[in-house]
Ligand binder design. Structure first.
Ligand SMILES: [Zn+2]
Ligand SMILES: [Zn+2]
Length: 645
């Protein structure tokens, strides 16, 4: 019996029934077969060794695919568990999934004590086991069989997991001496694992519940080549140097205080001024694009968020309502600015001639993140969105999208993010009843988004079924200087809030209509954006943004007066400058200025004073020669004004 296998390029392969993805790969080339780590058969990712019994579409995954990496890392979690079980007999296992970069396993080490220094021993054992090319054998088991196995083994964590599963859906995977409850998929055997690094140990409550036992979570990563591990460790080292928490402290940009509260950033003067410059930049651009500023309070009545639907989403799991002396009165810290802006729209009647209306606010919102999730400025409990809401007619969505894209592109170019991609989230075309809003409006908005991305030539990934129930959206991803991807700004179309708040405009037909609402935040939030920016530029901010643009270095006390004259001229031109008037050698002053990442150093002495010039050094570049003060000022102004073009 033969079956038809359709490959992604549309080509067809006839294979005997029961062939595996691996067999199909062998038909194509032996090299490909060697590298196959998993496969997608009729839309489901499975082991490459699974028999295919019907006509199927097939996609093969190697190390170059996310799914291939996931299969290898997930299999590596099994490998680590096997090594650990051999080294520490009797330990019990929680869960061991693959993650974005590697894998982890949560383990109850019972009476053993385990620390970072034990990891090398486990890595070594893992590599020995990997070399055995242990086959990961899948077996379907009944619930009873599964319970019997782990009762006998004495692993209450696995028993608890099995109890939550349906009989008939349970599978075991065995590799070497280790058998695990697992759905898969896995790689076929452990042979391709050629490099192992266990990265760290952390505590993790069983099932994320603080009332239950704390297990030991060991994170690791594996690679098919040693040199890939070396490159990855170098990247980690580089990332550590760029960690925004470290640089933020060194440059005195922000701080946290347990007394104020976890996850509530305190912007220090230099950080606050930097943030203000970012805000002013965006305000200036937004003004050009017809945005109007609004300001709304940090709290709102509970009913406001019940109307918007945010209470259902954030009410239970976030900051609890604020009570007042008045009976039954409740306020919420705002988790979103949108409801306030809807009420501003409702403040007066609108005609189609008024649209689009664009309300912008740097609005601070509060959401209660779990303390374990908090991380520097990227995950906080209070943050300021560079928020705006556009109210427009359905026919205006495309034009508005274009304008928002203009703004976002201007921002990315002003901050040297040069590798930008977008993800477009659309409706699931087979499940349209899930979404609110008319078919016609969805089609209009979805086509508009796709067309705008295409017209701009921005690489776009289209995800069907990823749209929110209330509208399609576009997310912006940037690649930073060391190749990491970050999600920043978003544009979101919304048919829901205008409905809930009964927003209206009078059309050309003199009838009442619902406007479409577009939420957009190019930075996302000021906190997250500044964090990503710091890690991208390693604290070497663009000239227009950096806290100190210029430092004047008089070569001796004798030239202090002249240095002050230069400083006054710079300050009059709104250039941020200071004098290093310490009685240190010039070489030392230059080194210190380099450490502080100040872009321009102006060295002044007798020669400079005589003819009203400055000797210029640029951060990381060195000597740029001598210029008159006015020429230097003109250059700086030009360099900083360039961002608006
Ligand atoms: Zn598994
Ligand atoms: Zn919004």
């Amino acid at each position: 019996m033969m079956i038809n296998i359709t490959l992604p390029d549309g080509s067809l392969k006839q294979m005997p029934k029961g062939s595996t993805a691996y067999d199909v790969a062998m038909e194509i080339s032996e090299g490909l077969a060697r590298n196959v780590l998993a496969a997608k058969v009729n839309g489901e990712v499975v082991d490459a060794s699974r028999a295919i019994n019907e006509d199927a579409s097939l996609q093969l995954f190697t190390w170059n695919d996310t799914e291939g990496k996931a299969a290898m890392w997930h299999s590596s979690a099994h490998l680590m568990a096997e090594a650990i079980e051999q080294l520490y007999p009797g330990v019990k296992f929680g869960i061991g999934p693959d993650v974005e970069n590697g894998f982890y396993y949560d383990i109850d080490f019972m009476d053993y004590s385990i620390s970072e220094s034990d990891l090398e021993k486990i890595e070594k054992r893992m590599l020995e086991l990997a070399k055995e090319k242990q086959v990961l054998i899948r077996r379907e088991v009944s619930k009873k069989e599964a319970l019997d196995f782990f009762t006998k083994k004495g692993d209450e964590y696995k028993l608890e997991l099995i109890n939550d599963l349906e009989d008939g859906s349970i599978t075991f995977y065995q590799s070497g001496t280790f058998t695990d409850l697992c759905r898969g998929p896995h790689m076929m055997h452990t042979g391709p694992i050629k490099a192992v690094k266990l990265l760290n140990i952390a505590g993790a409550y069983w099932r994320g519940d603080e009332k239950r036992k704390q297990l030991t979570r060991i994170y690791g990563i594996t690679f098919p080549k040693k040199k890939e591990l070396t490159a990855y460790l170098e990247l980690l080292e580089e990332a550590k140097k760029r960690d925004h928490r470290k640089i933020g402290k060194e440059l005195e940009l922000f701080a946290f205080s347990d007394k104020v509260g976890k996850g509530l950033p305190l912007w220090l003067p230099k950080g606050a001024m930097l943030r203000e410059r970012l805000e002013n930049f965006l305000k200036k651009v937004q003004k050009r694009y017809g945005y109007q500023p609004v300001i709304t309070p940090h709290i709102g009545q509970k009913e406001l968020y019940v109307t918007s639907g945010h209470y259902a989403k954030y009410g239970e799991d976030s900051f609890q309502p604020i009570h007042t002396p008045a009976e039954g009165e409740e306020f919420l810290l705002k988790p979103m600015n949108c409801p306030h802006h809807c009420e501003i729209y409702r403040n007066k009647p609108h005609s189609y001639k008024d649209l689009p209306i664009r309300y912008a606010e740097f609005g601070t919102v509060y959401r209660y993140e779990q303390s374990g999730e908090l991380h520097g400025l990227t995950r906080v409990r209070g943050f300021t969105q560079d928020d705006a809401h556009i109210f427009c007619m359905p026919s205006q969505v495309k034009d508005e999208f274009k304008k928002v894209m203009d703004i976002i592109e201007l921002i990315f170019s002003a901050l040297d993010f040069n590798d930008v991609t977008v993800q477009i989230s659309l409706r699931d075309p087979n499940n349209k009843e899930k979404y609110i809003g008319t078919d016609e409006n969805w089609a209009l908005a979805e086509n508009a988004i796709k067309e705008v991305a295409e017209e701009r030539g921005i690489p776009a990934i289209i995800e069907y079924g990823e749209a929110a129930f209330y509208g399609p959206k576009m997310d912006f991803m940037v690649k930073d200087a060391i190749g990491r991807k970050w999600q920043l700004g978003t544009i979101q179309v919304d048919y829901n809030l205008p409905e809930r708040f009964e927003l209206e405009y009078i059309g050309a037909d003199n009838e009442k209509h619902r406007p479409v609402m577009i939420h957009r935040a190019p930075f996302g939030s000021m906190e997250r954006f500044v964090a990503v920016l710091i890690e991208h530029c390693a604290g070497n901010f663009p000239l227009w943004l950096t806290p100190d643009q210029v430092i004047i270095l008089p070569i001796s006390e004798k030239y202090q007066k002249y240095a002050e004259k230069v400083l006054t001229l710079l300050e009059n031109a709104d250039i941020r400058a200071q004098i290093d008037d310490r009685s240190e050698k010039t070489g030392r002053k230059i080194r210190d200025a380099e450490m502080k990442k100040i872009p321009y150093m102006l060295i002044v002495g007798e020669k400079e004073e005589e003819i009203n010039t400055v000797s210029i050094r640029k951060h990381k570049e060195g000597d740029l020669g001598t210029k008159s003060i006015s020429d230097f000022i003109a250059d700086i102004i030009e360099e900083t004004e360039n961002i608006y073009k």
